[in-house]
Design a protein around this ligand. Structure first.
Ligand SMILES: NC(=O)c1ccc[n+]([C@@H]2O[C@H](COP(=O)([O-])OP(=O)(O)OC[C@H]3O[C@@H](n4cnc5c(N)ncnc54)[C@H](O)[C@@H]3O)[C@@H](O)[C@H]2O)c1
Length: 358
C-alpha cells in the first residue's frame, strides 16, 4: 500500500512513519520542514521525504497513492492563536484543497488527523462523536471546519475518515514540551515542581502517540465500509483526567515532586470528557495499549536518558510556537509561514523531483 503522510517530520509523524513501514506500507513523507532538525532522540527515518508546503501540492503530486494520512497543520492552540486568520487558511483551506486534489487524483482514502479540541467547552458529561461541536480556539475551529467540509467530498470513489485524537503524550524523536503531560513531567524532572498553568479542574482525555499511530493504521487497513466518512474519537474512555489528577499520577512516579500553581492560574475554557467506545468497538484492529501512568514512566526514562536540560525546556526546539517565532525572527520564514528561500533547494541537489531519501 502506497501512502503519503503529510506532516511526517512532526511529533506524531516521526513515530507514525516508522510504524507504517513496520506494517509494510510504502511511505512517502511530505513536510515543509519547520522541525526537521529539532531532534530529541535519533530519528528512525528511512523513507522518501518531499520537502514541500502542502499548500503548493499539485494534482500530479498525488497520483499513485492509495491513501493520504493528513497530519500537516498549525497543530495546537498556542500556534493557532499566533494568527487566527492564517490558522484557518492553512488548516481549513489548505486541507480542503488537498482533499479535493486527492479525490481528483483517485486517492481512495483520506485520513484526517482531527482533534477532540473541536468539542471545546463541553463540561463534565461524557460526549461522543454525535455531540455538538463547540470549539473555543482558532485551532479547534479550523479542525471543526475541516471535518464539516471534507466530509462533503465523500462518495463512491473517495473515503474520508476523521480521527479525533485526545491530547497526545509520549516520547518521540521530535519531542514536544508544549503538551500537558510531556510538560508537567519535564518540569517535575528538572525542578522537582509540577507547575500547573490552570486551576487543575478541566477534564482532558489523553492518548499516547503510539496508540494514535495504531489508530491511523487501523483506519488505513479497515474495510472501506467500516470507516467511510466516519469520525472516531481516538483514545480510551478510562483515560479522561482532570489536570490535577495528572499531577497526582506524576507524583506517584516522582515522589519528591511538589505541585505548584503558576501565578494567576485560573480555569481553562477547554474542558471535555470523551467517550471513545466507537473506535474501540467499530474501528477494526484498534486496541489502545497505553495509560498515563505508563506514559509518565516512559517520558521520565527518555528525559533521564538524554538527559533533558533547562535549555531544552526553555529553548525553541520542542515548543512549536517558540520554534516558528524563532524562524520568523531569523527571517527564514515569512508572515505566511513560508520559507523565504525556496524549500526544495537542498532537495534539488539530490533529486530533480525535490525528493530526499532520509
Ligand atoms: N499532538 C496532539 O496532541 C494532537 C492531538 C490531536 C490532533 N493532533 C493533530 O495531529 C497532527 C499532527 O500533530 P503533531 O503533534 O505531530 O504536530 P507537529 O506540529 O509536531 O507536526 C506538524 C508537522 O506538519 C508540518 N507542516 C505544518 N504546516 C505544513 C504545511 N503547510 N505544509 C507541509 N508541512 C506542514 C510541520 O513542519 C510539522 O512537521 C496535526 O494535524 C494536529 O492538529 C495533534
Amino acid at each position: 500500500m502506497r501512502v503519503l503522510v503529510t506532516g511526517s517530520q512532526g511529533y506524531i509523524g516521526s513515530i507514525l512513519t516508522t510504524r507504517l513501514r513496520e506494517a509494510e506500507c510504502d511511505v512517502v513523507g511530505l513536510d515543509t520542514g519547520w522541525f526537521n532538525d529539532c531532534l530529541f532522540q535519533p530519528s528512525q527515518d528511512g523513507f522518501v521525504l518531499r520537502k514541500q508546503d502542502m499548500r503548493d501540492v499539485t494534482l500530479e503530486d498525488l497520483a499513485g497513492f492509495d491513501a493520504i494520512l493528513h497530519l500537516a497543520a498549525l497543530s495546537n492552540d498556542p500556534l493557532g492563536n499566533l494568527d487566527p486568520e492564517l490558522t484557518l487558511r492553512l488548516n481549513h483551506e489548505g486541507t480542503l484543497r488537498l482533499a479535493k486534489f486527492a479525490k481528483q487524483a483517485g486517492v481512495r482514502r483520506f485520513i484526517v488527523s482531527s482533534s477532540c479540541s473541536i468539542y471545546g467547552k463541553a463540561g463534565d458529561a461524557l460526549i461522543d462523536e454525535t455531540a455538538q461541536l463547540n470549539p473555543v480556539t482558532p485551532y479547534g475551529m479550523s479542525k471543526a471546519l475541516i471535518d464539516r467540509d471534507v466530509s462533503q467530498l465523500a462518495d463512491d470513489s473517495f473515503t474520508p475518515v476523521f480521527l479525533r485524537h485526545a491530547t497526545a503524550y509520549g516520547a518521540s524523536p521530535r519531542l514536544r514540551l508544549d503538551l500537558v503531560l510531556n510538560d508537567l513531567v519535564a518540569s517535575a524532572f528538572l525542578t522537582g515542581k509540577i507547575l500547573m498553568l490552570s486551576d487543575g479542574t478541566p477534564w482532558r482525555p489523553l492518548v499516547h502517540i503510539e496508540d494514535i499511530s495504531q489508530a491511523f493504521i487501523a483506519a488505513l487497513k479497515a474495510p472501506l465500509e467500516a470507516v467511510h466518512n466516519e469520525a472516531f474519537n481516538i483514545g480510551s474512555t478510562s483515560e479522561n483526567y482532570r489536570i490535577s489528577e495528572l499531577a497526582d499520577i506524576i507524583r506517584q512516579t516522582i515522589p519528591n515532586a511538589t505541585i505548584e500553581y503558576a501565578p494567576g492560574a485560573g480555569p481553562d475554557l477547554r474542558c471535555y470528557r470523551v467517550d471513545f467506545s466507537k473506535a474501540e468497538l467499530k474501528l477494526p484492529g484498534f486496541e489502545p495499549q497505553w495509560t498515563v501512568t505508563r506514559g509518565v514512566e516512559q517520558l521520565l526514562a527518555a528525559y533521564q536518558a538524554r538527559p533533558l536540560t533547562a535549555d531544552d525546556m526553555n529553548g525553541h526546539s520542542y515548543r512549536r510556537l517558540a520554534r516558528l517565532q524563532q524562524l520568523r525572527v531569523q527571517g527564514l520564514i515569512d508572515e505566511d509561514l513560508r520559507w523565504t528561500e525556496p524549500v526544495t533547494a537542498e532537495a534539488h541537489q539530490d533529486s530533480p523531483s525535490g525528493e530526499l531519501m532520509i
